[in-house]
Design a protein around this ligand. Sequence first.
Ligand code: 6GU
Length: 245
Amino acid sequence: MIFDILTLFPEMFFSPLEESILGKARQEGLITVNLFNIRDYAEGKHRVTDDEPYGGGTGMIMKPEPIIRGIKAIQSDHPEARVILMTPQGNPLRQEVVRRLAHLSHLCLVCGKYEGVDERVREFVDEEISIGDYVLNGGEPAALVMIDAIARLIPGVLGNEGASEDDSFAQGLLEYPQYTRPRDFEGMSVPEVLLSGDHQAIERWRRREALRRTWERRPDLLAGAELSEEDQEILNEIRRSSGIA
Ligand code: 6GU
C-alpha cells in the first residue's frame, strides 16, 4: 500500500513512521509513505499557501492552487490513487471504513488546517474523512491515525498473529479484559476461568465480558454488532443482573 501525503508539515510524520509496527512495515516494504510539501506547489517568491477568507472572519484559509497542483502531480503518476481530504467535516472514520480502504493500493491523504481549505478543493477529492468529533489543529495527526489503522490490516504487517478477529470493533464489540502475570497484583487476582485451561469456558467468559463491556460503555455499538441468539440471551442476562432489565 502506498500512502502519498500532502501536508504543510511533513516533519510531523517523521518519528511516528519510524517507530514500532509502522517503522517495521516500512522497512519491509509492506507500506510506503511519501511526503509532499504543499508549499512546493505554491508559486511566487514567498510560496504562499494561505489567504484571508472572502467575506471576512478570523483565520487564514488554504489557497486552492497549491493543493490541487499537488493532487494533480500525484494523480498524473498514479491515476488509481484515491484522494482523501482529512477534515472534521468528513465521514467519520470507523473500522468498516478502515477495512474498505485497506483493500486499495494507493491513497493520497490531503492534510488541511483547521481554519479550512478553499471549498473548491472538494471538487478534486474522492472522499472526506474525519477521525472524530473534536477539532485538531490540522489533518496531520488524523492522517497518521489513518495510516496506523489501515496498515495493521495489511497482511504481514502484524507478523504471525495478524489483525485479530477479537480486536475491539472487529465484530462491532469492545474487547474483553486481558490479564498477564502476576496472578495476584496488589490484591487483584486474575479471574479463575482464565487459569482453568478450559478453552470453551474461556471463550464463553470472553464473549460475555465483551458484550458486558460494550453494553456498559458503548451501548450504541450493539445496534450494529453481529449478535447471535446466544449473544442476545447473554445480554438479557447482563441487563437483568444489573437491575435495570
Ligand atoms: Cl481529519 N482534521 C482536523 N483538523 N480536525 C479533525 C479531523 C481532521 N478529524 C477530527 N478532527
